[in-house]
Design a protein around this ligand. Structure first.
Ligand code: APR
Length: 318
C-alpha cells in the first residue's frame, strides 16, 4: 500500500477524533495531524491512536498538536493537502444548528485564517455547524477559490435516509439508494424520486405516508441523536461521511457525492453554498452535477437556497 501526504483535522472532539482515526485506518496518508485548543488533548488522542497501529495494521502516523488562539502550533499543519475543520460547539437538546452560529463563527474564522497561513494549497472540508453558513465563512476567511472549500452534510443526511429506508424495508443498506440535497437544516431536501430499493423506485416499495415519515425523520436525524445523547451531537456517521470525502480528494477519485458546494448557475441557482451532488477530485469540487429533479423537489431546493443565502450573507460580519 502506498501512502502519501499529510491531512489535518482541526478540533479533536468527538467528530474530529473519530474522523482522524478513520483517516489513519485507511492507511493512504503518510501523516494525519490532529489539533485542538485544549492543552494536551490532541497529543493524548494521537498517542492512543498510534498505539492501535499494530493491532489495526496501518502505518499512517497520527501527530497531535495543541494550538493557541494566537495561531501558535499551526506550523504542524503546514504542507497539508486537505484540512478538515471540526472545531466548534455541538448542539444540546432543544437547540437548532443555527443557535450555534455566533459562537462557531468566531471559532471557524480563527481556524480558517490559520489554515490559510499554514496550508495555503489545501482543500478544506468543513463540518462545524451550522454547516452551510460555516462553509461559506471558511471560504471567505481563507480566501481560497470556492471549489477548494466544501462542507460535509449531504453524505450524512443521505446515509441517514438510506439507513431508515433499509430498516423499514428489511433490505441490506447496499441495495438501497437515496439522495438528500438542500441545506443541513430545516430546508433539507430528501429526494424520493432518486431513491430506490433493489433497483425499484421508492414509491413502488413504500406508501406515500411511509416515505413522508422517513423524509421527516431524516430531516430531524441529527436532533434525534442529540435528544438521546443529551451531552453532544452525532459523530460516527458524520465522521464516516467526512472521511470518505477526504479520501475522494486524496485519491482524486472523481466520485459524485452529495456535498455542500458553491453553486453558480446550476439548477437556476447562483452565488450560494448549498447541498448538491458534485464530482470530487484533488482540487476539491470538479463540478456540480445537475441531477434531474421533479418540479416539487426543484422548488424545495430553490427555497433552501434562498434560506441559506440570507444567513450566509450575515456570516461575513460575524
Ligand atoms: N481551534 C481548535 N479547536 C477548537 C477551537 C479552536 N479555535 N475551539 C474549540 N475547539 C475544539 C474543542 O476544544 C473541542 O475539543 O473543538 C472540539 C469540539 O469537540 P466536541 O465538543 O466534542 O464537538 P463535536 O461533536 O466534535 O462537534 C464538532 O461538528 O457536527 C458539528 O455541531 C457540531 O459544530 C460541532 C462540530
Amino acid at each position: 500500500m502506498s501512502r502519501a501526504g499529510k491531512i489535518a483535522v482541526i478540533g479533536a472532539g468527538f467528530y474530529g477524533s473519530t474522523t482522524a482515526m478513520r483517516l489513519a485506518e485507511y492507511d493512504i496518508f503518510e501523516t494525519v495531524v490532529l489539533t485542538d485548543v485544549l492543552e494536551g488533548k490532541a497529543e493524548g488522542l494521537a498517542l492512543d491512536m498510534n498505539q492501535s497501529r499494530p493491532v489495526q495494521k496501518f502505518e499512517t502516523q497520527i501527530v497531535g498538536q495543541t494550538t493557541g488562539l494566537d495561531g501558535s502550533g499551526y506550523e504542524a499543519i503546514s504542507g497539508s493537502k486537505i484540512v478538515v475543520i471540526t472545531a466548534g460547539l455541538p448542539r444540546k437538546p432543544g437547540m437548532s444548528r443555527m443557535d450555534l452560529i455566533e459562537t462557531n463563527a468566531k471559532i471557524v474564522r480563527q481556524v480558517s485564517e490559520n489554515v490559510a497561513k499554514h496550508a495555503k494549497d489545501a482543500v478544506v472540508i468543513v463540518v462545524s455547524n451550522p454547516l452551510d453558513e460555516m462553509t461559506a465563512l471558511a471560504q471567505i476567511a481563507t480566501g481560497f477559490p470556492k471549489n477548494r472549500v466544501m462542507g460535509q452534510a449531504g453524505m450524512l443526511d443521505t446515509a441517514r435516509f438510506t439507513n431508515f429506508v433499509a430498516e423499514k424495508t428489511g433490505s441490506p443498506v447496499g441495495e438501497v439508494k437515496t439522495l438528500t440535497l438542500g441545506s443541513h437544516g430545516e430546508t433539507m431536501v430528501p429526494v424520493p424520486s432518486k431513491s430506490s430499493v433493489k433497483g425499484k423506485a421508492l414509491s413502488d416499495v413504500l406508501s406515500k405516508e411511509d416515505i413522508d415519515a422517513l423524509v421527516e425523520r431524516t430531516r430531524n436525524g441529527g436532533a434525534e441523536v442529540v435528544a438521546l445523547l443529551k451531552t453532544g451531537s452525532a459523530y460516527y456517521a458524520p465522521s464516516a461521511a467526512a472521511a470518505q470525502m477526504a479520501k475522494a480528494v486524496a485519491l482524486n477519485s472523481g466520485e459524485v457525492m452529495p456535498v455542500c458546494a458553491w453553486v453558480d448557475g446550476e439548477f437556476g441557482i447562483s452565488g450560494v453554498y448549498l447541498g448538491v451532488e458534485a464530482e470530487i477530485g484533488s482540487q476539491g469540487i470538479n463540478k456540480v452535477v445537475e441531477t434531474t429533479l421533479t418540479p416539487d423537489e426543484l422548488a424545495a431546493l430553490k427555497t433552501a437556497a434562498e434560506a441559506v443565502r440570507a444567513k450566509q450573507a450575515d456570516v461575513k460580519d460575524l
